[in-house]
Design a protein around this ligand. Structure first.
Ligand code: SF4
Ligand code: SF4
Length: 280
C-alpha cells in the first residue's frame, strides 16, 4: 500500500526552478480575496513570530485568538493551524476589501500560492519540489498574462527568508519519532508548543526558573544576568525573538531527544550525579 510520503510525491507534477506559469493576483480581479477563507494554513514558528510581531500582540494572545493547536495523525506532530472565521465563508481574520492586512508578514503558505511544496524529506535525504496548486478552476489569477518562472515567483514573494528561518524547525519535524508516527507523547507536546510557538511564555519560563544555573548558554552573559537584575530584565526583553526561536529549537532537541544541543554546566551535572549516587 502506498504510504503518505509516496502519495505526496505521486499526486503532484514536479516543477523545476525554471518551469514557467502564468499568474497575477491584484485588486480588481473578480475573485479578489475569495481564496482567503475556508482553507487549512499550517503555521511555522517563524510565521507565528512574524504575525504576532506585525499585530503587536503577545504570543499567548495571538495563539488564543488566531490559531488552533492540532496533532497531525500520520506523524503525531504538534502543529498550529490558522483559525478561520466562523462566518458562512469561514474568512481568514486578516482578509479585508483591500487585501491581506498583514501582507508583509503573511504566512509562508500564502506567499507560496499558487505554488505548493511537496516533500518526502527525511533526516538523511528525500525529495522536495514545487507544484501548481489545484485551484485553477477557482482562481482567475491563472487567466492573467504575467509569466513567471518558479524561481522568479519565490524571489518576488520573499520566500527565502522564511525557508531559512524555518530550517532548524523543519529538521526537528523530520526526527524519526515523527517520521515513524510514534510522536513525543502527551507530556512533551505542551513543551513543544511552548518552545515553538509561545515564545513569550518560553522566555518567561527561562528567566523565572533556575535554567541559567543549570545550562551553559553563553560565556559571559550568564554571569552578567545572574548578578544584575536590571541586566537580567534587559537581556530577557532584548533577547531577540529570532535568536530565541533558534535557541528554543536547540532546547527541544535536548529536552525531547537527549541530543547534545545545549551544554549542561559541569557543576550542575556533578550535583545531579551526586544526588543520584552515580560514579560516572
Ligand atoms: S483566487 Fe487567485 S486571483 Fe483570486 S484573490 Fe485568490 S489568489 Fe488572487
Ligand atoms: S493571512 Fe493574508 S494572505 Fe493568508 S489567507 Fe489570511 S488574508 Fe489571505
Amino acid at each position: 500500500m502506498e504510504n503518505w510520503k509516496d502519495s505526496i510525491l505521486n499526486e503532484h507534477q514536479r516543477l523545476a526552478p525554471d518551469s514557467k506559469f502564468k499568474f497575477s493576483c491584484h485588486k480588481g480581479i473578480d475573485c479578489f480575496g475569495e481564496c482567503c477563507g475556508d482553507v487549512n494554513i499550517f503555521l511555522t514558528p517563524y510565521d507565528v513570530l512574524r504575525m504576532k510581531r506585525a499585530l503587536n500582540l503577545p504570543s499567548k494572545e495571538f495563539l488564543e485568538k488566531y490559531t488552533l493547536p492540532l496533532i497531525l495523525q500520520d506523524q503525531q506532530l504538534p502543529v498550529s493551524l490558522l483559525k478561520m472565521g466562523d462566518d458562512e465563508n469561514k474568512k481568514c481574520p486578516f482578509v479585508t476589501p483591500d487585501g491581506c492586512m498583514i501582507y508583509d508578514d503573511r504566512p509562508w503558505a500564502c506567499r507560496m500560492y499558487p505554488l505548493g511544496m511537496a516533500s518526502s524529506k527525511t533526516e538523511t535525504g528525500g525529495e522536495e519540489f514545487c507544484f501548481i496548486a489545484d485551484t485553477i478552476a477557482l482562481c482567475n489569477g491563472f487567466k492573467e498574462d504575467r509569466e513567471w518562472t518558479v524561481e522568479e515567483w519565490l524571489t518576488d514573494q520573499n520566500v527565502a527568508i522564511y525557508n531559512k528561518k524555518s530550517e532548524a524547525y523543519m529538521q526537528l519535524t523530520l526526527h524519526k519519532c515523527f517520521q515513524d508516527g510514534k510522536g513525543i507523547g502527551p507530556s512533551k507536546v505542551q513543551m513543544f508548543y511552548e518552545a515553538c510557538y509561545n515564545l513569550d511564555q518560553f522566555r518567561e519560563h527561562l528567566f523565572n526558573s533556575n535554567f541559567f544555573d543549570l545550562f551553559d548558554i553563553k560565556d559571559n552573559t550568564i554571569e552578567k544576568i545572574r548578578t544584575d537584575d536590571e541586566e537580567l530584565l534587559d537581556f530577557a526583553i532584548n533577547w531577540d525573538d529570532e535568536e530565541l526561536l533558534d535557541f528554543a529549537i536547540n532546547w527541544l532537541r535536548f529536552a525531547l531527544f537527549g541530543e547534545n544541543t545545549i551544554k549542561v554546566k559541569d557543576e550542575a551535572w556533578e550535583k545531579k550525579k551526586g544526588d543520584l549516587g552515580l560514579k560516572i
